[in-house]
Design a binder for this molecule. Structure first.
Ligand code: NI
Length: 147
């Protein structure tokens, strides 16, 4: 495992739409391991592949109840609304208020390619939405409501 460099705001990589991950091989597993290690070291709750310079659709999330690896994640449904503070490892020392769904159902694949469904609410739903946005080049600061 290795710590990867986290791409920061201003780098074009963060604005690209990522491509689907089609190979479920050892390399994918290694990158996911590195991403988790990098996220924990930076004390974040999520990290998406473009944040380590890889334009592929996968991310890791851990809001304190265990690591989740999501490959090719898709939000299948969302319900309700929550408004709260959000930050991003690519945008250090900045937090802003963003409205997100209260509950989401996400379908994704694991590192071996097996499909799974995940329902999350509250902060975990927020983290999932934030990371999945990264895969489309969207940053939370794009969603801040300007009063
Ligand atoms: Ni982020």
């Amino acid at each position: 495992m290795a710590i990867r460099n986290i791409v920061k705001l201003g780098d074009d990589i963060l604005r690209k739409v990522c491509r689907s991950q089609l190979e479920f091989d050892e390399r994918l597993g290694q990158i996911l391991d590195d991403m988790a290690e990098t996220m924990y070291k930076a004390e974040g709750v999520g990290l998406a592949a473009p944040q380590v310079g890889i334009l592929r659709r996968y991310c890791v999330v851990d809001v304190g109840d265990g690591l989740i690896e999501l490959v090719n994640p898709v939000i299948e449904s969302e319900k309700g609304k929550q408004t709260g503070e959000e930050g991003c490892l690519s945008i250090p020392d900045r937090f802003e208020t963003v409205t997100r769904p209260m509950t989401v159902t996400v379908r994704a694949q694991d590192r071996s390619g097996k499909s799974f469904k995940l329902k999350a609410e509250g902060f975990k739903a927020r983290a999932l939405c934030h990371e999945i946005d990264h895969l489309d080049g969207i940053l939370y600061i794009d969603r801040v409501e300007r009063g």
